[in-house]
Ligand binder design. Structure first.
Ligand code: PXL
Length: 289
């Protein structure tokens, strides 16, 4: 039996909860990107604003195409919500192109999101879908390294993204440390190197590094083919907890427990990979797997 994670604080009905912003692409299959974020954010009890970066054409078997949103409209969505609603933390997912990265980085920096600003920014440097379909133009990778990651309060690549960004193949604990240092050297305040895809392990040993200390977060690894949106959901958990004022290590502790529980409740959908499932939370008072 998987234990329920500790939940984030909630507010009474009719009261405004903490607010977050997700800057990401939509997934027509309802499993990843903004759809995964919205489901988790709602069930974690935070209010989510969205800045859509791209519309993907996708089902459980993969991504067959996408259309990017005009970078100016991406920037305008961010400015519109931040200057009215306000956000306590933000996250980026699929940014698709150099021009969108540029618009997101410039707008966020101007509004105090990420970098030295007061609002934490979780950067999930999405490069490809779980099927290997590209979600980022090849020529934009250098902008991820030079412009986006330096704005990150915490950067959360999976192991394929670590390899693309740093050139390091994470196969064991020493290479995981080297990758965390390389990501920190790019300018992220905290670097998270997830171990969920170290398939030799029956645990998911994530490593968090702030330039001084390596912190290990070991957690039971749930083996399921239905893990679409797992990276997005972990980053959403981090974002929601940071919005509540948790430190990065505290936020990761919450986010790991949250995504593990969502993986334990994942369900099949279509002929391919089903999504991680935050809807377990609806039955939290009465049922347990
Ligand atoms: O899980 C990464 C991801 C993020 N954003 C969008 C996606 C995917 C994976 O498919 O489609 C829009």
């Amino acid at each position: 039996m998987t234990e329920y994670p500790p939940l984030l604080p909630t507010v009474p009905d009719g009261t405004t909860p903490v607010r977050v912003l997700t800057i990401a692409g939509s997934d027509s299959g309802g499993g990843a990107g903004i759809l995964a974020d919205m489901r988790s954010f709602a069930l974690m009890g935070v209010h989510a604003c969205v800045a859509v970066t791209a519309v993907t054409v996708q089902n459980s078997r993969g991504v067959s195409g996408y259309q990017e949103i005009d970078p100016a409209i991406v920037g305008d969505q961010i400015r519109s919500v931040v200057t009215d609603i306000g956000v306590d933390a933000a996250k980026t997912g699929m940014l698709a192109s150099s021009a969108i990265i540029e618009a997101v980085v410039a707008t966020c920096a101007d509004l105090g999101i990420g970098g030295a600003g007061p609002t934490p920014l979780v950067v999930d440097p999405v490069c490809a879908s779980m099927h290997g379909d590209p979600l980022l133009a090849d020529e934009a990778l250098d902008d991820v390294r030079r412009k986006l990651i330096p704005q990150a309060t915490v950067v959360t690549p999976n192991l394929d993204e670590v390899r693309l960004i740093t050139g390091i193949d994470v196969v064991d604990a020493p290479s995981q440390r080297a990758a965390a240092r390389a990501l920190h050297d790019l300018g992220a305040r905290w670097a998270l190197v997830k171990g969920g895809h170290l398939r030799s392990s029956d645990h998911s040993p994530d490593l968090l590094f702030d330039g001084d200390e390596y912190l290990e977060f070991d957690h039971e690894r749930i083996d399921t083919p239905h893990d679409h949106g797992a990276g997005d959901t972990l980053a959403a958990g981090l974002t929601a907890a940071l919005a509540h004022g948790y430190s990065v290590p505290e936020a990761l502790r919450f986010a790991k427990a949250w995504v593990t529980r969502c993986l334990a409740a994942a369900y099949p959908l279509g002929a391919g990979h089903g999504p991680v499932n935050p809807l377990w939370r609806l039955g939290a008072q009465t049922s347990s797997p």
